[in-house]
Design a protein around this ligand. Structure first.
Ligand code: HEM
Length: 505
């Protein structure tokens, strides 16, 4: 049933059915040939649809991965969207691959993406799909210009606090003591921060076009799995035509034109002596390289749109989701919430919080670490390619393999985190704290670890502390919410939608 719903079969005509029959036979031969490759063993994969049924029945990709990690160990293969993916679990194996052998694993894999995405990724890879070493230029540009904009520094704080105050004034104050749902609002706030850094622009929470863009980003992330599981099969795109069309529509009609408009505005009043934001710096770098006759397509104008889009997609829902988990955990564990509030009252009183307060607030710090661990927002990581054959835990992984980095296996490692499924901030205050912090890697590790980690951590701390400093929070009476992730949240691990009541402390 789920598979049927996921596939949204569009081909109603007899012609399409007979075509599908022929394709099925061809694919069966194709899959049989492929399974003879020297890939690590893994769960039985059906012809054509691979492991999609098991993934869907598991309820989430993370659950499917974990159950097979238990069965097959730290390295196993599964088939999704017609291509094989090698899952690597456990800190030591992941560290060996992404840190010690970074030269072999720093290119992203597009193997599980649709042909359309593969072609787009080649033409305009942005920072996300750029192969190593081409990626280096754009990555170091992005990181250094984000730092120039204040990422990880106190200079960004006033802007973050301003956004936070606008969020509170718009969403919380008018709805005090009433249930509110924060998914869209928090995503608008986190997106505004990226917009500020990129374009020196924020958008009003009531702006309908802005709301549509944010909803589209979140929709695009949820369409992602459907596309990656089915759209990559030969002829698979016909099965999920409407999802692919919708995804294309979102990119080409909603998000990219809005970004192009902002880029055009920047081009019109670009001042080389006074770059205002990341986009100004990008355009200046682009001009410089053109003047020098450098044929470096990392800094092409088309790539500017794609880079901005990737930052929007990677940085909006992830951080907003982490905040939604944090507030949910506080409602589900009122004893923890009270301890955080006590620490805030003792350390801050009513003064505005600053990121440098974090070191003097060990309990709050532990709560935020535990939230990022347990929420595991991007627990199945992002795809990497293995450039050269490697043996991990005695298992050979062939060159060219599409690696899935199982961050969950580290975040939920019971050897390090006792009773890992439980929310227990105290674990970060006793025992081998250094080891536990080192193993809390929700942003990944190695060269391609998250680009926005510094920004996400600042937003996370300032928003969370300010909410609990000013308000008491609870779930409305009669509403049952658990800490189980939403079913079929495949790429970003989201909580089930919940309402929350803010009341003044
Ligand atoms: C709680 C929030 C966030 C989490 C948990 C998170 C997690 C991750 C993870 C696991 C990766 C993949 C690492 C790998 O491939 O090994 C990643 C990559 C990335 N993240 Fe984040 N992220 C968050 C917020 C952000 C923000 C705010 C931005 C803002 C710009 C951002 C931008 C990116 C980009 C551009 C990449 C790709 C980097 C590359 O390919 O070189 N992320 N993130």
């Amino acid at each position: 049933m789920f598979l049927g719903r996921m596939m949204e079969l569009d081909f109603s005509s007899v012609t399409s059915l007979s075509l599908a029959g022929t394709v099925t036979a061809l694919l069966f031969i194709y899959m049989m040939r492929k399974t003879s490759d020297k890939y690590p063993p893994g769960p039985f994969a059906f012809p054509i649809i691979g492991n999609s049924p098991q993934i869907l029945l598991s309820g989430s990709l993370a659950k499917f991965i974990e159950s097979n990690h238990q069965k097959f160990g730290n390295v196993f293969t599964f088939v999704s969207g017609g291509s094989k993916r090698v899952v690597v679990s456990g800190y030591d194996a992941i560290y060996r691959l992404l840190v010690k052998n970074a030269d072999r694993t720093s290119t992203r894999s597009t193997a599980s993406m649709t042909p359309t995405i593969k072609i787009a990724a080649q033409k305009t890879p942005g920072v996300f799909w750029a192969p190593y070493p081409l990626w280096k230029d754009l990555r170091s540009f992005s990181i250094s210009s984000m730092r120039d904009e204040g990422m990880g520094k106190s200079t960004l704080e006033p802007q973050l606090i301003e956004e936070l105050e606008l969020f509170i004034a718009h969403f919380i104050e008018p709805n005090l003591n009433n249930p509110i749902e924060m998914t869209l609002g928090l995503s608008q706030a986190t997106n505004n921060m990226i917009s500020q850094m990129l374009f020196h622009r924020r958008f009003d929470y009531n702006d309908e076009a802005f709301k549509t863009r944010i909803e589209s980003i979140n929709e695009s992330i949820s369409i992602g799995l459907k596309i990656s599981m089915i759209g990559n099969l030969p002829f698979g795109k016909y099965f999920i035509k409407s999802a692919i069309e919708r995804d294309d529509y979102i990119s080409h009609n909603i998000l990219l034109p809005a970004l192009q408009h902002l880029i055009d505005e920047h081009k019109d009043d670009l001042d080389e002596h006074n770059p205002r934001d990341i986009m100004d710096k990008y355009l200046l770098q682009s001009q410089k390289e053109q003047n020098e006759g450098k044929a470096n397509h990392s800094f092409s104008e088309e790539n500017a749109r794609v880079l901005a889009l990737q930052m929007y997609i990677a940085g909006t829902e992830t951080t907003a989701t982490a905040l939604r988990w944090a507030l949910l955990f506080m409602c589900l564990h009122p004893d923890v919430k009270v301890k955080v509030q006590k620490e805030i009252s003792e350390h801050l009183g009513s003064r505005t919080v600053s990121c440098k307060d974090r070191v003097s607030m060990p309990y709050t710090d532990a709560v935020l670490l535990e939230t990022l661990r347990k929420a595991s927002v991007a627990g199945v990581g992002l795809p990497h390619t293995l450039e050269k054959e490697m043996v991990i835990d005695g298992v050979t992984i062939p060159a060219g393999a599409d690696l899935m980095i199982n961050l969950d296996s580290v975040l939920f490692d019971e050897e390090v985190f006792e009773d890992p499924q439980s929310f227990k901030p105290e674990r970060f205050l006793t025992g081998d704290i250094t080891l536990k912090k080192q193993r809390t890697i929700p942003f990944g590790i190695g060269r391609r670890a998250c680009l926005g980690e510094g920004l996400a951590k600042m937003e996370f701390f300032l928003f969370f502390v300010t909410f609990l400093q000013r308000y008491d929070i609870k779930i409305p009476e009669g509403l049952t919410v658990t800490d189980e992730p939403k079913k079929y949240s495949f790429i970003v691990n989201t909580p089930n939608p919940y309402e929350i009541i803010f009341s003044r402390r």
